[in-house]
Design a protein around this ligand. Sequence first.
Ligand code: ZN
Length: 176
Amino acid sequence: MTKAKLADRQVSGKKHSSKELTPKAFSPKALSPMELALAEAQDAGNRGEVPVGACVVSASGEVLAHAGNRTVELRDPCAHAEMLAIREACAHLGSERLTTCDLYVTLEPCAMCAGAISFARLRRLYFGAGDPKGGAVEHGPRFFRQPTCHHAPDVYGGIGETKAAALLKAFFAARR
Ligand code: ZN
């Protein structure tokens, strides 16, 4: 890595680069992490994606990444909000581990995202609505409780649940 690039990264590590936090329809800095995730979910719904949003926050409370679902737009079944936020946070920190970071997501993660959360060694997981149909934390495979899971975050469910569930309900109702 060149010195200039390294300096870039160091600066962005402190101040957070404006590029990654470009305001969309909302101002990320004014929102709590779950509110930010909900705003990303709303944004995703407006783009015709399933309205799920996520963000990664550092131990000091800095938002490192935030994203909404983009599976349709990117034609990528892996482009769930959690995956995009995890990738962006890893790129931002220059590490494949997010050991001291927390993930906020509006919906209970699926099996793929639960796996990624484990591999990224995230410290805590905060999620909004439970997902009996596709969730893999409290439903289905209950990934973090399996002996083959080598890192489980502390899990806090039901944060901002009502709003997250209402977004999803409205989205699917409009498609019926
Ligand atoms: Zn997922």
